[in-house]
Design a protein around this ligand. Structure first.
Ligand code: IVH
Length: 709
């Protein structure tokens, strides 16, 4: 077998290197023939197969990715989708506030984090939250060079040709002192009137209608043919920026003024406030204008104006500490509850779902709503046949708010929540927590025997925010599980070999042609080396979601380090335990969930079948080491203990800064401690540090150390 025929999984590193070189050259040649000479010599499907093979090899051998990799090559029209763009600065999202009290909490959090004096009230801006889709537009020396969608925040799609068709987006900036690199960020949106007119035209032509301006804008940006985008009435507002080659200003206000001077569109509707009351007043003022604005908004964004303070406040995983979105109240509507179904989740949770008579609310037709849990149904006395008030806000799942009791049909009985799992028949129980309080969630006790739980775990494993295996969707998992083809995560990665050896004949299954089997195998191969955070998230460990997975990945750096730490932390007296609970946002509950997961023999067996191991599982998954936030910083990888009082920053800020620089923070001093930062009042930890000969520094030295690049 020649190297080009060898399955990706069987390639040696040397063969892979040669293959990547060959594929790069071949793809470039086909690209040229297609785009420049208009004379392709292979089919689109074959061309896509070459690109996918290249991606799969790169995923397996990340160290071998070539500088001229076709995956990053820009130019020509994308054919099977858009090229990917890695955001130099991740495009994060905002935390939401729904109630007015939460605005006060937001300000308090900032004050506490920065340890501000009572009279020190920084300016906070309040601006409309545009209901569109975020995009980044990058200028180099004042010239638009790239437009990208947000994607998953790290990696978006290259939609340069499409965004360049927007009249609001200048191809060239004007004015003075434009930074060499300026990546402006903002929202692509469609005005309400333009949306209505567009839909009216579509209706007249019998074409498909869009449900709301946001979906219409998103659809238009993701058109493969930019002339279609150009024909849609899209607009743009800048609300911030990503990468810039030099500081633009001291405050966002001043930065956006510069943006405007350079010809970038900024929203003139903006308030400045210093207190929660003033922010809430701005919220109401913007809310009062909502109906009159030409565009849809779904809330108000509050942002600390000073960029120096923003720098200090930093981020918690995916959202900045310096901003929050205060959402408008959800739209409500009445409809009839036709039935209550019970869904069984991956942790066995029985979730009641309301099946509703379809009703249009919050811009879409709603047919299902969550009923949360047993107590919620009882508290609201929700019965089948009732007329219920439902609400939907943004992307949130619709909810049943209340029952219109006067419309209750005669003979409607109180709802009896099932005591057995509707899927496997096992008892469903409400556990008690340590304090003896009953859990609100009733769970199926079937564990591994419950097909519903196993399927949900698998669906989570392959989902977009976990391993993101294309072509392995919910339906496919159901089918594969029922047929015994995939019963646990490890089975997914043995699937390619089973197909190749002929042991498994997927192509004969309903709905699966040769091509879709080949695509599925490529998609699986492309995920053999997932990012560590995604991999942790994929495991579905209780209390460990996307945010915590991200934090754990950055704190421990590698799968082996995490697994070892979690095993060592079984002993709650150990340094490993102290270190784990010392990691930002990981308290004892999450730490225990993680420890328990690794202590459960069944999970260890499942992991042994899933994760790469030289001797026993050479085809297993190899999670890629996480990029530590600033792995080059001198404190990166070190373990730091804070003790005593810090006077210039809060303990939280100090901890966050250490973690952001790639250090670990521990609550107790041990042989593994590298630095102890001691303030006044430090006691036993300082003595222990001295006894162990560990470096001790004061707060000023810590500030100098942690602010040095
Ligand atoms: S500031 C770190 N300002 O809302 C993210 N975002 O829910 C800073 N959005 O992804 C975002 N209007 O797409 C900001 N005036 C505004 C906005 C705005 C709309 C979107 C944006 C963001 C999403 C977060």
């Amino acid at each position: 077998m020649t190297a080009r025929e060898t399955p990706v999984q069987d390639l040696t590193a040397a063969q892979a290197k040669k293959e990547l070189a060959r594929l790069s050259a071949e793809i470039a040649e086909h690209d040229k023939r297609y785009h420049e000479q208009d004379a392709p010599i292979i089919s689109d499907a074959d061309f896509d197969a070459l690109r996918r093979r290249n991606e799969a090899i790169e995923a397996r051998f990340p160290d071998l990715v070539r500088a001229d990799t076709p995956s990053a090559r820009v130019g020509g029209k994308a054919r099977e989708g858009f090229r990917k763009v890695i955001h130099a600065v991740p495009m994060l999202s905002l935390d939401n506030a729904f109630a007015e009290e939460e605005v006060g909490d937001f300000i308090q959090r900032i004050r506490r984090f920065l340890n501000l004096r009572e009279d020190d009230q920084p300016v906070i801006s309040a601006e409309p939250k545009i209901d569109g889709l975020s995009a980044s537009i990058r200028y180099e020396n004042g010239v638009l060079v790239r437009g990208a969608t947000r994607g998953d925040g790290r990696e978006g799609e290259d939609v340069t040709a499409n965004l360049a068709t927007l009249a609001d987006i200048p191809k060239k900036l004007k004015g003075k002192a434009i930074p060499a690199v300026l990546e402006a960020r903002g929202e692509v949106y469609m005005e309400k009137a333009a949306f209505a007119a567009m839909n009216a035209r579509a209706q007249a032509q019998g074409a498909q209608l869009y449900v709301n301006p946001r979906n219409a804008a998103a659809g238009a940006v993701r058109q493969l043919d930019p002339t279609i985008t150009a024909s849609r009435p899209l607009r743009f507002f800048c609300w911030g920026w990503g990468e810039v080659s030099e500081p633009i200003a001291e405050t966002q206000t001043m930065a956006l003024e510069k943006f405007a001077a350079w010809g970038l569109p900024v929203n003139p509707l903006r308030f400045e406030a210093r207190t929660a009351e003033a922010l809430i007043a701005a919220y109401h003022a913007i809310g009062a204008q909502r109906g009159d604005l030409a565009y849809e908004i779904d809330g108000v964004v509050y942002k600390v104006d000073s960029l120096a303070l923003r720098e200090r406040l930093g981020f918690v995983s995916r959202s900045p500490r310096w901003a929050i979105a205060h959402k408008f109240a959800a739209e409500q509507a009445e409809t009839v509850l036709e039935a209550i179904d019970i869904q069984v989740g991956r942790t066995g949770a029985l979730t009641p779902v309301a099946r509703l008579k379809p009703v249009f609310v919050g811009g879409v037709t709603v047919t299902n709503a969550t009923l949360h849990n047993e107590d919620e149904i009882k508290r609201k006395d929700i019965r089948v046949g009732d007329t219920v008030v439902i609400q939907r806000a943004g992307d949130v799942i619709p909810q049943v708010v209340s029952v219109a009791l006067e419309k209750r049909p005669k003979g409607a009985d109180p709802y009896a929540f099932p005591q057995k799992c509707p899927v496997c028949g096992s008892h469903a129980v409400r556990e008690a927590d340590e304090s003896g309080a009953e859990d609100v969630v009733r769970r199926c006790t079937g564990g591994l025997i419950c097909a519903a739980q196993a399927k949900e775990r698998l669906k989570h494993f392959v989902s977009r925010r976990a391993l993101d295996i294309e072509g392995l969707g919910e339906k496919q998992i159901d089918t594969f599980y029922d047929a015994g083809i995939v019963r646990e995560p490890g089975d997914i990665f043995t699937l390619p070999a089973r197909v190749r050896s002929g042991a498994l004949q997927l192509a004969q299954r309903e709905g699966m042609g040769e091509q879709s089997v080949a695509n599925l195998i490529e998609a699986i191969e492309a995920r053999r080396t997932p990012a560590l955070a995604r991999f942790i998230n994929a495991l579905g460990i209780r209390h460990v979601g996307e945010t915590i997975s991200d934090i754990l990945a950055r704190a421990y750096g590698s799968w082996t380090a995490l697994a070892e730490a979690a095993s060592a932390a079984r002993d709650q007296e150990s340094a490993a335990w102290a270190e784990l609970v010392g990691v930002e946002k990981i308290g004892p509950i999450k730490a225990e969930a993680l420890v328990e997961f690794f202590a459960e023999p069944k999970n260890c067996e499942m992991l042994a079948r899933l994760v790469y191991d030289d001797a026993n599982n050479p085809d297993g998954v190899r999670p890629r080491d996480a990029e530590k936030a600033a792995s080059t910083h001198e404190i990166s990888g070190k373990t730091i203990v804070f003790t005593g009082t810090l006077e210039k920053m809060t303990r939280d800020e100090a901890k966050a800064r250490a973690l952001a620089l790639g250090a670990k923070v521990s609550g107790s001093v041990s042989k593994k401690t590298d630095i102890v930062v001691a303030g006044p009042g430090a006691g036993s930890k300082l003595r222990e540090a001295a006894a162990l000969g560990i470096q001790v520094i004061d707060e000023d030295a810590w500030i100098a150390l942690s602010t040095n690049p």
